[in-house]
Design a binder for this molecule. Structure first.
Ligand code: F6P
Length: 548
């Protein structure tokens, strides 16, 4: 495996795909279906609890073959194997990217496969941490861990941002049917104090536990909310109460100790787990407290099952690989600027936000692993929302905009809440939308309406969708789904030759905010700044002056 891959766009495999795209772009997907009644069977795949239907794509068997050829020349299997082996593939930070170790587990009666970094098997630490998480969460949930006034904990408030927020919040919400009614969980992330004030308003300090999830324990949003929470507890229960009302997940043990959290309530992170890939680590503590350790353990098993599939399945039948290459196909050869994630399940409504970070923070980059400018657009704009609601907001764009937006539709067949006739209607809508996007409606089919309206009422169709059907929204299926998108993003990064595990693009804004703070608070005069920034600061200070 090498970081200086030859040119992507000059490769014979790329050119073959370009030619193929030109040849295929004249075809309509509805004709592809009409010609081949077995298209669904050919272009669908089952893996565990997930069924992927990718037949409603502008592809033929030849497309898949050419996409596999491109992946081979971009060394995708070698990069995947390097990730699983613990190699330091995050080269700009000199780190491994080993989120797969977090859910690595024994098969049958066998031993857990070792995962080695620099000669050390990290599985000892991983398993030990899981055991500690089990013990800690059980003591909180069964009431044997009490607050400083001996009352059991009834409210969990997670404080974190980015990967220490979006993943745990999404999974906790998705598994709401596995939660107990007598333990509430809330998530606080932003610098806007309104959020934490709203959360604390309805909580009793004596029965509240804060979990500070921050890999670095320096992130300004997390630290500022942690300070507010600390003050809220100490002013009401006294300073001595802090150890009973705070737990933390971090790599920065000095900072957690200084904050006053005893080592027994601090759970480790490792530099080889990226924030947006950390939902399977101790960062999942709010999930565990809300849903119980066994539920979280099933979630990890699901993610592990997808890891095994990603590692071993031939590329042509490899779910993350296929999703990734279909994304490349449209982004590069059909100029699709974005992709939409559309869950048809209320419990999956936060999935688009989690995947947005996983994808856009990983592959929104303009420099390759070799340090050269990228040759193409790289990662897509990822957006989405609950399918039912989105049908009545941005679906118009998906159906009739000249821009092509490939979509992932995601639905669960069963829920834990039992038989529900309204789900039939929900799923009918999900399937119908993919059908409408695929088929369209030609002007020739609109002879019964006035001529001047026909163009307005026509649909081009031939718009690509994937449908991912979960047998049931179980923790296992959810783990599979999360790992599916993580690996999809990894494959795309490998095709573009990116390091998908750093995020230097978030640094400049953080730095400038820090340097602006003294001026915005009025403590210092604003030093040399552009006229727009200076004008905004002046307007803010002036308004503040007027309001006092
Ligand atoms: O600002 C980006 C980022 O570094 C994310 O990658 C990360 O998930 C988030 O901030 C939070 O970081 P931490 O867990 O260190 O508070």
């Amino acid at each position: 495996m090498t970081s200086d891959l030859p040119s992507l766009t000059q490769s014979a495999e790329w050119r073959a795909l370009q030619n193929h795209a030109t040849a295929i772009s004249g075809l309509h997907m509805r004709d592809m279906f009409a010609r081949d009644p077995k298209r669904f069977a050919q272009f669908s795949l089952r893996e565990g609890s997930l069924l992927l239907d990718y037949s409603k794509n502008l592809i033929t068997a030849e497309t898949i073959k050419l996409l596999v050829d491109l992946a081979l020349v971009r060394q995708v299997p070698q990069r995947r194997d390097a990730m699983f082996s613990g190699a330091r593939i995050n080269t700009t930070e000199n780190r491994a990217a080993l989120h797969v170790a977090l859910r690595n587990r024994a098969e049958g009666r066998g031993l857990v496969r070792p995962v080695i970094i620099d000669g050390v098997d990290v599985m000892g630490d991983v398993l030990h941490t899981l055991m500690r998480l089990r013990e800690f969460s059980e003591s909180v949930r069964d009431g044997s861990w009490t607050g400083s006034t001996s009352k059991p904990i009834r409210h969990i408030v997670n404080i974190g941002i980015g990967g220490s927020h979006l993943g745990p919040m999404f999974v906790t919400d998705a598994l709401k049917d596995y939660q107990r009614d007598d333990l509430s969980v809330a998530f606080v992330s932003t610098l806007d104090r309104t959020q934490i004030d709203d959360v604390l308003k309805s909580r009793d300090p004596a029965t509240t536990m804060f979990v500070i999830t921050s890999k670095t324990f320096t992130t300004v949003e997390a630290m500022s909310n942690a300070a507010i929470a600390r003050e809220w507890i100490s002013s009401s229960l006294g300073e001595h109460a802090i150890p009973r009302h705070f737990a933390a997940v971090s790599t920065n043990h000095r900072a957690t100790t200084e904050f006053g959290i005893p080592a027994a309530s601090v759970f480790p992170m490792w530099d080889w787990v990226g924030g947006r890939y950390s939902v399977c680590s101790a960062i999942g503590l709010p999930i565990i407290l809300a849903c119980g350790f066994d539920t979280f353990d099933c979630f990890l098993s699901g993610a592990h099952a997808m890891d095994l599939h990603f590692e071993a399945a031939p590329l042509e039948q490899n779910m993350p690989f296929l999703l990734a290459m279909l994304g490349i196909w449209y982004a590069e050869f059909f100029q699709a600027p974005a992709m939409a994630i559309l869950p048809y399940d209320y419990r999956l409504k936060l999935l688009p936000f989690h995947i947005q970070q996983v994808d856009m923070e990983s592959n929104g980059k303009c420099t390759t692993l070799a340090g050269t400018p990228v040759e193409t657009h790289t990662g897509p704009i990822v957006f989405g929302g609950g399918g039912s609601d989105s049908q009545h907001s941005f679906f118009q764009f998906l159906h009739q905009s000249p821009r092509l937006i490939p979509c992932d539709f995601i639905a669960a067949i069963k829920t834990r809440r039992g038989a529900d006739p309204s789900r039939d209607v929900l799923l009918a809508n999900c399937f119908a939308q993919t059908e409408a996007l695929m088929k369209g409606r030609m002007i020739s089919e609109l002879q019964h309406i006035p001529e001047e309206l026909r163009r307005h009422r026509a649909f081009s169709g031939s718009r690509p969708t994937n449908t991912i059907l979960l047998d049931s929204l179980t923790p296992i299926a959810l783990g599979q789904l999360v790992a599916l998108y993580e690996h999809k993003v990894f494959v795309q990064g490998a095709i573009w030759g990116l390091n998908s595990f750093d995020q230097w693009g978030v640094e400049l804004g953080k730095e400038l905010a820090k340097s602006l703070e003294p001026a915005v608070s009025g403590a210092e005069l604003l030093a040399e700044r552009d006229s727009s920034t200076a004008g905004l600061v002046a307007a803010y200070l002036e308004a503040k002056r007027r309001s006092v």
